[in-house]
Design a protein around this ligand. Structure first.
Ligand code: PRP
Length: 283
């Protein structure tokens, strides 16, 4: 049995459940439940507070966890981040009130900084030989300068709207973060087979997310030219149409090349272009 921790509520919850579902691990979560058995896989999912997850993982209460890299780093837990999952992207930044002069982290020498990330911030301050007075608070950090509790803050920024609403300006980014799947070393050696299987599934889901399946009709005399435009995995599939002189081409393209490729194949005479999402990609 493999035990997987995910966030109980908050930004990572929906994406974590969705990722596990796409990996074939369907969670039957009754609201408020702290643990759920996966019926179609020998696994249990634990719904935990974000900040508690690194410790549970380090202690071996759970084998794997979906967690923000920022939390793993802040808690300095002895766990290994295995794969970046591409969601919950954010940054840990220093911000100061609008209109305050700031010329780098040295400007905060001797000042008060409010944060929920004292370890990460302290490391950054030490690295820059800055000595500051840290006010550790667990939430609503952005309010601190407005109520006179701090001169600056160090907190997570995603869209930047919380900073903006509180009249703060982002200054230095001290850490970039995303959701990761992490494990402890004992589980990695004792349950390597099942962890490898889960990682294999996650990689297939992530790969599929970046790619699209496209199919289109093309005059036969353009097949060769169009083949050179398509950044294919192996070689595109070509199927003859009933209408003489025409074929259907099928392939997979990366989302980032998408519009570029579509414009080029259209110019070569591609018609009836269909673009489909891919559920999984196993290479
Ligand atoms: C985080 C963070 C900021 C906010 C930034 O809080 O602490 O307050 O998101 O996001 P934005 O740049 O998109 O406005 P979250 O809502 O995750 O809850 P928390 O207070 O529990 O950290």
């Amino acid at each position: 049995m493999i035990k997987i921790a995910i966030q109980k509520s908050g930004r990572l919850y929906d994406d974590s459940v969705e990722l596990l579902r796409k990996c074939g691990l369907n969670i039957d979560n009754v609201k408020g439940q702290l643990k759920a058995r996966i019926k179609n896989y020998d696994a249990e999912v634990f719904f935990l507070r974000n900040s508690d997850i690194p410790k549970y993982l380090e202690d071996g209460v759970v084998d794997l966890a979906i967690i923000g890299e920022n939390v793993v780093k802040e808690k300095q837990a002895d766990v290994t981040s295995l794969i970046g999952l591409g969601f919950s992207n954010c940054r840990l930044s220093i911000a100061t009130p609008k209109g305050i002069e700031y010329s780098g982290i040295k400007s905060l020498e001797g000042k008060k900084i409010a944060t929920s990330y004292p370890n990460t911030l302290n490391m950054y301050l030490d690295l820059n030989n800055v000595s500051a007075d840290l006010h550790i608070i667990s939430g609503s950090v952005e309010i601190a300068p407005n109520i006179g509790l701090a001169d600056a803050i160090c907190d997570l920024v995603s869209s930047g709207s919380t900073l903006f609403k509180n009249g703060l300006v982002e200054q230095d980014i001290i850490l970039e973060s995303e959701a990761v799947i992490a494990a402890n070393s004992r589980s990695m050696s004792q349950k390597s087979e099942v962890i490898d299987d889960i990682l294999f599934r996650i990689k297939a889901v992530l790969k599929a997310k970046d790619n699209r399946y496209i199919l289109f009709n093309i005059p036969d005399d353009k097949i060769e030219t169009v083949s050179t435009i398509l950044p294919v995995l192996k070689s595109p599939t070509v199927l003859p149409l009933i209408e003489k002189g025409w074929s259907s081409m099928h392939t997979v393209i990366n989302q980032k090349d998408f519009w570029n490729v579509i414009s080029k194949i259209k110019k070569e005479g591609a018609q009836g272009i269909l673009v489909l999402p891919i559920e999984n990609m196993i290479l």
